[in-house]
Ligand binder design. Structure first.
Ligand SMILES: [Ca+2]
Ligand SMILES: [Ca+2]
Ligand SMILES: [Ca+2]
Length: 263
């Protein structure tokens, strides 16, 4: 039995053992996303008052082998208003790199990327997968369902998936270090998004647009950290809501993000 399968069985066993006690499963993550209190400028800096007031979503979990603590720290915050969902992600990274400058062509996960998964109505279908790298390259992808089949069961056509666009999305990255220069030690990168509610299109499904206070969307934030030119075994996969079996496409385990009005 390899390590991947072992880790998956351990995670399943933990979930099963807590279910009878009516406790939250160990993979469950919840976050109260607050109304922004002050302006947000999408510039790759979280220095706005509004971001200072927002709590972090919580620690990320590595989901490889039996080592659940990431070696590379990631933190994230979310806010909302009537127009947008705002997301701020900060990564510690001693070597910032990417070469992919064209979006919607190939998975940015072949290099280093942040991936945001959004299932607005929580039906585990028609969810968004949005990639960003340190060069501010974007993939916005529509996933019909977790096993990558259309609703009628026919195989996925990737150009069709890439054809979905989060209309009006604003995004920015600030890299604290030297990109694509391995000779020094970098600090990391900050990614900032404003995602218009109306821009989700078919991703919204049956969700309210904009959400009403108390609505819950299923969202996860994941990270691929890869050594440049290194062995694939050195790649670190981590996420806010811990998943299983080395796949990010587990929408039933995405975090529960509840939109609230106050602080
Ligand atoms: Ca900002
Ligand atoms: Ca790196
Ligand atoms: Ca959905």
């Amino acid at each position: 039995m390899n390590h991947r399968i072992t880790a998956g069985l351990i995670a399943f066993t933990l979930v099963a053992s807590t279910a009878g006690a009516q406790e939250a499963p160990d993979w469950e993550r919840r976050y109260d996303c607050m109304l922004r209190n002050g302006p947000i400028v999408v510039d790759g800096s979280g220095d706005e008052f509004a971001w200072q007031l927002a709590p972090e979503v919580g620690s990320f979990t590595r989901f490889q082998d039996d080592d659940l603590t990431p070696r590379h720290r990631t933190s994230a915050k979310m806010l909302w208003d009537e127009e947008n969902l705002y997301i701020l992600v900060a990564v510690d990274d001693a070597d910032i790199w990417s070469t992919m400058t064209v979006g919607d062509e190939d998975c940015l996960c072949r290099e280093e990327t942040i991936e945001i998964f959004i299932d607005a109505d929580g039906d585990e279908r028609d969810y968004a997968e949005i990639h960003i790298n340190c060069l501010d390259t974007i993939n916005d992808i529509w996933i019909p369902k977790r096993d990558f089949k259309y609703r009628d069961g026919s195989p996925v056509d990737w150009p069709d998936l890439y054809s979905w666009t989060q209309e009006g999305m604003k995004h920015a990255v600030v890299n604290h270090g030297t990109v694509n220069d391995k000779s020094d030690v970098d600090s990391g990168s900050v990614f900032e998004f404003a995602l218009p509610w109306k821009g989700f299109g078919k991703i919204a499904g049956s969700a309210n647009i904009p959400p009403k206070p108390g609505d819950v969307w299923r969202i996860n934030i994941n990270r691929y950290e890869r050594p440049r030119g290194g062995e694939d075994t050195e790649t670190e996969l981590s996420g806010w809501a811990p998943l299983d079996l080395q796949s990010y496409h587990v929408p039933d385990r995405f975090g529960y993000v509840r939109f609230v009005e106050g602080h």
